[in-house]
Design a protein around this ligand. Structure first.
Ligand SMILES: [Zn+2]
Length: 386
């Protein structure tokens, strides 16, 4: 990935993030694999953003086809109607950035066969694998962009089994709110740790769908949620800024709630409880590493404070103590303390603000908020006296 600043380099504006000190390893983006489950209004836009960012490898999962009813959203085009969403996405993305390795999986992960293919594709060896931390997966991040609870639970199951970090996203049926959430098996709550009310109360999600009533969607809300999701993904992968654990978005009030969800020790998901146990067991090693890092940071900071910020002083700028020989500015010429700051022969026309305020206060020229004509006259005279 070249950082050369020429019009023909598609990565020059991204690599500029390094020069500006935001990200110090941007080129590493080429080494990451990201799986996106659900290539709808959020997933397709997230895929395009990651493709334009130069991600190394994208795995795309969806079983659906493109419909004209999807055209109120971003990404897909009318001539792609009838194509599978994954194939249509690959067609567009390869045209945008041929550097990205794209894999298209037209499967339903909630079926037995689909789930098997899903796990196989996630665990397949790949030359880019850089994932550490004991995960059995061959990808660095899974993004869930599905539109139903059942599919989210399947992604949750796969990621808990593999110890795979993932991010969940969602947009409400009325199209005016959404959220993103980071899920690290064992460390944060999984999707089953705190089930939504509809599941806790035992209602079958499928019975909630009313015949002839379709969910609303807006390209704006979906684009915003996709943007938040990919922003958080970039921060997580390239390790800059603060990665959000949960970030909500309420469009009607432009409210962005955040929160942190700890895992539930009584979670119904066995793999989740296993990952929680492993996370607990690794605590001493984690504490040790954190202490070593804090000490290294402190040593680095101490060293940095001894090094001059700028070796050269091209403009001969020097620091002067506050009480060292600087007379107050702007006193009427002829009065004490001001003459030294004006070249000979020049006079100041107006007093400085301090002197003006003092005289005004002593004469009580401005203290009355309301007054009759005489008062105004006096105030004017006081002004003209200068
Ligand atoms: Zn759980």
């Amino acid at each position: 990935m070249s950082a050369e600043v020429v019009d023909s380099n598609p990565y020059s504006r991204l690599m500029a993030l390094k020069r500006m000190g935001i990200v110090n390893n941007y080129e590493e983006i080429r080494s990451f694999s990201v799986a996106i489950v659900g290539i709808g209004g959020v997933g397709s836009v997230a895929a395009e953003m990651l493709t334009r960012c130069g991600i190394g490898r994208l795995l795309l999962y969806d079983y659906d086809t493109v419909e004209l009813a999807n055209m109120n959203r971003l990404f897909f085009r009318p001539e792609q109607a009838g194509m599978t969403k994954t194939d249509a996405a690959v067609q567009t993305l390869v045209g945008i950035n041929p550097d990205v390795d794209l894999e298209s999986y037209t499967i339903n992960i909630t079926t037995v066969d689909g789930f098997k293919t899903f796990i196989e594709s996630l665990t397949r060896e790949n030359k880019r694998k850089r994932n550490t931390g004991g995960s059995k997966s061959g990808v660095d991040l899974v993004l869930s962009c599905v539109d139903n609870y059942e599919a989210r639970m399947v992604v949750n199951q796969a990621c808990n089994e593999l110890g795979q970090t993932w991010m969940e996203s969602g947009v409400s049926e009325d199209a005016v709110s959404g959220h993103i959430q980071l899920l690290i098996p064992g460390e944060t709550a999984c999707f089953a740790c705190a089930p939504p009310l509809v599941v806790a109360s035992g209602v079958d999600e499928r019975t909630l769908k009313r015949e002839g009533v379709c969910a609303a969607s807006l390209p704006t809300t979906m684009g915003i949620v996709a943007g938040l999701l990919v922003q958080n993904s970039l921060k997580y992968l390239l390790q800059f800024g603060q990665v959000s654990k949960y970030l909500g978005y309420s469009a009607l009030k432009d409210f962005f709630p955040t929160m942190e969800l700890r895992p539930n020790p009584q979670c119904a998901n066995l793999a989740c409880r296993q990952r929680q146990g492993e996370y607990e067991a690794a605590k001493p090693a984690r504490d040790l590493a954190a202490r070593a890092k804090a000490e290294a940071d402190a040593a680095e900071a101490a060293l940095a404070s001894k090094v001059p910020v700028h070796d050269e002083n091209e403009w001969n700028i020097s620091l002067v103590d506050d009480d060292e020989g600087v007379a107050p500015l702007g006193v009427v010429a002829g009065q004490q303390g001001s003459a030294g700051h004006l070249p000979e022969g020049l006079l100041r026309e107006l007093p400085d603000a301090e002197v003006f305020d003092e005289s005004a206060q002593t004469e009580e020229a401005f203290v009355k908020p309301e007054g009759d004509l005489d008062d105004l006259q006096k105030q004017l005279e006081a002004l003209n006296a200068f």
